[in-house]
Design a protein around this ligand. Structure first.
Ligand SMILES: Nc1ncnc2c1ncn2[C@@H]1O[C@H](COP(=O)(O)OP(=O)(O)OP(=O)(O)O)[C@@H](O)[C@H]1O
Length: 989
């Protein structure tokens, strides 16, 4: 037995194009076995250090050869694919030959390079293909007296369901996972294991598996990065031992490409009412728990740790790989970019924990005959037990129901064992040679189809698929035949020539006509959604080379026309998923130029691009399940969401709207992701024929939310006036996230005494620094509000936070009016003003949030009778001008800041004028005084001059500000009329 820790490797990839475009910073470094990560927020702090068995630097120091292979520049520390194989893959092979089970799995966030290391792209082949290739080379060079048998299987775990990737027909709900009661190990019932005799055969099967994965992911609207792919190779070496018996040395090699490890925004998901039922990726978090439990076990600290293998399908299947009978390697893929700091640190910590796991690998060697004999004998025994499975008598007092339950349990167990044995025997019954023959026949048929595709690609017009996962792009081809070609659902009559499944695919979805070297696409039945280059298709359109075609919400293709391979100007030569998504976003009103954007803005933009397809998917499900809900991606300022400070910039959230009563909810990204997962699950159950889906109680329904107060809009008061001890008293306009005025708020912010009395008129601060160290009090008064929309009469309240407030301060809810009187007062006291507090006065603001009460009622029965689809169409008709600009740059608050500064200056000016007047009055009074008192006159003249000069300076400043403000207004007016400016737009999706 070999008692050995899991070997852990980390690998850092190059910057991708997006990271290069935005000038991403490198935060990873590697030196020998040490990997460091620098927090980009604290560049002066020591970077965090980790050590691993292997550290692979693949960020830079490479050359691309003519064939595309990336090789190390001499002297650089770059690790090529070959180098990674030599360390990790070769070890797997050597161990497999010795008869050990081996597992290799790749962990990391989406896009961090897991598939690159495992599978590879183009001629940069990854560990899996090289290992397979080398396996057969080693077999050829092996012992001629030994028989080698290799089988290959490929499965995917998605939403806790197992799909056989080598089979086109998977049962609804996926393949079952059972535990072999005797061995304790879990296995997938009925998984196809093909016998393979060469690397080329494995390669073909992998292509087949990838194509099946692509079709499934597109049809199910599944994000492939949330699926785990498991390739299993069994490697048997059959030889004779000294006693002349046949013995079998078996090794199971598991190669696992895990789902992307990114967590949903934790704050969002933890706040969700439905968090119990949801787990964005149950298998992945269960894997984390298993790793933690095993790490605790082997650190010896805790003796009784229960390792929760049973919590997910993935951990069941990988039980041996983790803490069991296997030699295991984990490769953690790292993104080099500052923007991914949190996730990458998470990956490093995960990898660090995995290092501690101890496995107990044993050589799997068995005399073959004995095994078969044992299995047969056991099966006979089990069969005879079957009928009479009775629990051991439990005494006279045992409940008959309990006895029956135990009997059933035992029967179930026997049945499972029989099945497991039978599977094993069936496999052994058919000779390996027969299996190989069967596989080759199947492959021959497949090979002909593949060769045909290759041949036609350069001759005939065709659509080729695009997928979010680069590995699944360019996998599906639909050739355009001369004449009319119909596209639609397979249950249409007559059946379409290209059958698609999935959301928003209509029976008669579209028709492509191909005549005179030209292909024209036109919409099918009414309501069928197709987009060409991001624009909805409304009538016949000629397809040009490299046009992007989206059927429904998920079937994305690029059209290739070898007969007329001239793409319109400005079409990039390489079109990927990102490009096609950006194009769609642009037509929905989100501009995606990235020049001159801040980091927050870039993150917001990436989140928009990520959320848009998900939101349209959820909208499509809402329509199909008739949930009367619609979803929209919106941008909202951080201050409007969080009530204080504007540092957070813009936040991307999803607005859900109840189409029956107009109620709305704002969901943070994490919460939306959480719900989307549950919505997908619900939809999957619906597809699987589960009728309960339509009757789901609202408490469990991911589309349902109890009514909550809706954020009508916000109004900001900048506090600069306080730094001059001036009061602020104004009517503020309350605007929603789109900048639309929803009403007014009357507030007053006054410096005051500790009892709330206004300060003396003469109290005047020339320089805010004067306030430092002194006590200061101010009073926030919310007088009243006015709102425009009748639906808000159910109740209104305002809440806000000031500097250092943990919680919101809220006014009472005022009902049955659109002009509530709040009469709210609050005195805020600083015993001695410090720099931070003064900074808050000078730069900060109070964001007042106006909320409206919503009720879960529907008054309009007419609406109840309409479908979600009809309601959405009606809403879109009613709001044709949805394409309103949204600012991501915080420019609106810039304007109100300016206005505020102007107010402050005006007030200062007024006060100075008053003061000046009093000075002048005093001066003339003094002039009439007796001589002995007149000696003060020069002093007063001096005061008056000072007052005048500062007044003049103020006057100039006021004029400048006025002009600036006018300019701003003009600019905004221009932008909203011609739609220019602003980085981001929004609309209903
Ligand atoms: N070591 C590397 N050298 C060069 N390019 C790399 C490397 N690692 C990753 N890449 C590139 O980065 C991109 C993302 O990598 P990859 O598809 O492997 O990520 P992933 O983690 O598997 O993502 P997903 O979870 O979506 O499958 C790919 O375009 C790939 O070519």
């Amino acid at each position: 037995m070999s008692d050995q820790g899991v070997k852990v490797a980390v690998r850092c990839r190059p910057f991708n194009q997006r990271e290069k475009d935005r000038g991403a910073k490198l935060i990873i470094d590697m030196n020998g076995a040490m990997t460091t990560i620098q927090n980009p927020e604290t560049p002066n702090e020591e970077p965090k250090k980790f050590t691993f068995d292997f550290s692979y630097w693949s960020h830079d120091g490479f050359n691309e050869k003519d064939d595309g292979y990336l090789e190390a520049v001499p002297g650089s520390k770059y690790s090529s694919q070959r180098r990674v194989f030599d360390d990790l893959g070769q070890g797997v092979l050597d161990n497999a030959f010795k008869g050990f089970n081996c597992s290799l799995f790749a962990y990391g966030q989406t896009g961090s390079g897991k598939s690159y290391s495992m599978v590879g792209y183009g001629c940069n082949k990854g560990i899996v293909p090289i290992t397979c290739d080398e396996l057969f080379k080693a077999i050829e060079a092996g012992d001629p007296a030994t028989k080698y048998e290799v089988t290959f299987s490929m499965l995917e775990i998605y939403n806790e369901q197992v799909r056989d990737l080598l089979s086109k027909d998977n049962p609804k709900g996926g393949l079952q996972v059972r535990q072999n009661p005797k061995l304790g190990l879990f296995y997938v019932v009925g998984l196809k294991k093909v016998a393979v005799g060469s690397y080329a055969e494995i390669d073909k099967r992998t292509q087949e598996g990838t194509a099946n994965r692509t079709v499934a992911s597109t049809n199910m609207n599944a994000t492939s990065s949330r699926a785990h792919t498991v390739v299993t190779i069994t490697f048997d070496q059959i030889s004779k031992n000294e006693a002349g018996e046949e013995t079998k040395k078996s090794s199971v090699i598991n190669l696992v490409d895990l789902a992307g490890s990114e967590r949903a925004d934790s704050t969002g998901a933890t706040g969700d009412r439905l968090k119990e039922g949801a787990n964005i990726n149950k298998s992945l978090s269960a894997l984390g728990n298993v790793i933690s439990a095993l790490a605790d076990l082997s650190s010896g600290g805790k003796k009784k740790v229960m390792v929760p293998y049973r919590d997910s399908v993935l951990t069941k299947l990988l039980q041996n790989a983790l803490g069991g009978n296997s030699k295991t390697v984990m490769i953690a893929a790292l993104s080099p970019a500052d923007i991914n700091y949190d996730e990458t640190l998470g990956t490093l910590r995960y990898a660090d924990r995995a290092k501690k796991i101890k496995n107990k690998a044993v050589v799997n060697e068995n005399p073959l005959d004995k095994l078969i004999r044992e299995l047969r004998e056991e099966n006979e025994k089990l069969k005879s037990q079957m009928g009479g499975a009775m629990p051991v008598a439990g005494g006279a007092g045992m409940d008959p129901g309990e006895i029956e339950r135990m009997r059933k349990e035992m029967e179930e167990e026997i049945r499972a064992q029989l099945l497991a044995n039978q599977e094993q025997m069936n496999e052994m019954d058919e000779s390996f040679e027969d299996k190989l023959k069967r596989n080759r026949e199947e492959q021959e048929a497949m090979g002909a189809a593949q060769a045909n595709t290759q041949d036609r690609k350069s001759k005939d017009p065709h659509l080729v698929n695009l997928n979010e996962d680069p590995m699944l792009s360019g996998v599906i081809f639909h050739f355009v035949e001369p004449g009319e070609m119909t596209i639609g659902r397979k249950d249409a009559t007559p059946p379409p020539m290209i059958a698609l499944t999935g959301l928003s695919i209509s029976k008669q979805h579209a028709v492509i006509t191909f005549e005179n070297s030209e292909a024209t696409v036109k919409p099918g039945e009414q309501g069928a959604k197709t987009k060409i280059n991001g624009v909805p298709l409304t009538g016949p359109t000629t397809l040009q080379h490299l046009d992007r075609v989206l059927f429904g919400s998920n079937h994305m293709y690029v059209f290739h026309n070898p007969l007329n391979p001239k793409a319109p100007e400005n079409t990039p030569t390489k079109i990927d998923w990102d490009f096609a998504q950006k194009e769609i976003a642009k037509h929905k009103g989100f501009d995606t130029a990235s020049a001159g954007m801040s980091k927050e803005q870039i993150i917001a933009q990436e989140q928009i691009l990520e959320l848009l397809p998900m939101v349209s998917e959820v909208n499509a499900i809402s329509e199909e399940l008739n949930k009367h809900r619609t979803f929209e991606v919106i941008l909202i300022s951080g201050a409007a969401m969080e009530g204080y400070g504007s540092k957070k910039g813009a936040k991307v959230v999803v607005k859900m709207k109840n189409l029956l009563n107009g109620n709305t909810w704002l969901w943070e990204r994490g919460k939306f992701m959480n719900r989307r997962y549950m919505i997908q699950e619900l939809y999957q159950r619906h597809l699987d024929g589960d009728e309960d889906v339509m009757k789901i109680p609202k408490e469990e329904d991911p589309f349902w939310e109890p009514p909550e107060d809706v954020l009508i809009g916000t109004a900001n008061v900048f506090l600069q006036s306080l730094s001059y001890a001036l009061d602020f008293d104004d009517k503020l306009s309350v605007t929603d996230y789109k900048g639309v005025e929803e009403g007014n708020l009357y507030v007053n912010i006054t410096p005051c005494s500790d009892k709330g009395k206004p300060l003396d008129e003469d109290f005047f601060v020339e320089d805010p620094q004067e306030l430092l160290g002194k006590p200061f009090h101010y009073k926030v008064t919310i007088k009243s509000a006015e709102v425009n929309k009748a639906k808000y009469s159910k109740g209104l309240h305002v809440r806000y936070k000031v500097y250092q407030d943990e919680d919101f301060t809220s006014t009472p809810v005022i009902k049955a009016t659109l002009s509530p009187e709040f009469k709210h007062h609050r005195i805020i006291t600083y015993p001695a003003v410090n720099e931070d507090q003064l900074g808050y006065f000078e730069q900060g603001c109070i964001t007042f949030q106006l909320f409206g009460v919503q009720e879960d009622s529907v008054n309009d029965n007419r609406l109840m009778k309409m479908t979600t689809k009809e309601l959405r169409q009606m809403e879109q008709l009613q709001n044709p001008g949805m394409q309103r600009r949204q600012t991501i740059s915080g420019e609106a608050s810039e304007e109100s800041k300016l206005r505020n500064e102007l107010e402050v200056l005006k007030k200062k000016f007024e006060r100075l004028e008053k003061k000046e007047k009093r000075i002048q009055d005093l001066c003339s009074e003094w002039k009439g005084k007796p001589v002995e008192e007149q000696q003060f006159e020069p002093f007063w003249r001096h005061v008056s001059a000072v007052a005048n000069s500062s007044g003049n300076k103020l006057k100039t400043r006021v004029e400048i500000l006025n002009t600036m403000l006018k300019g701003q207004k003009l600019m905004r007016a221009k932008q909203s009329s011609d739609g220019s400016g602003g980085n981001v737009r929004t609309t209903c999706v």
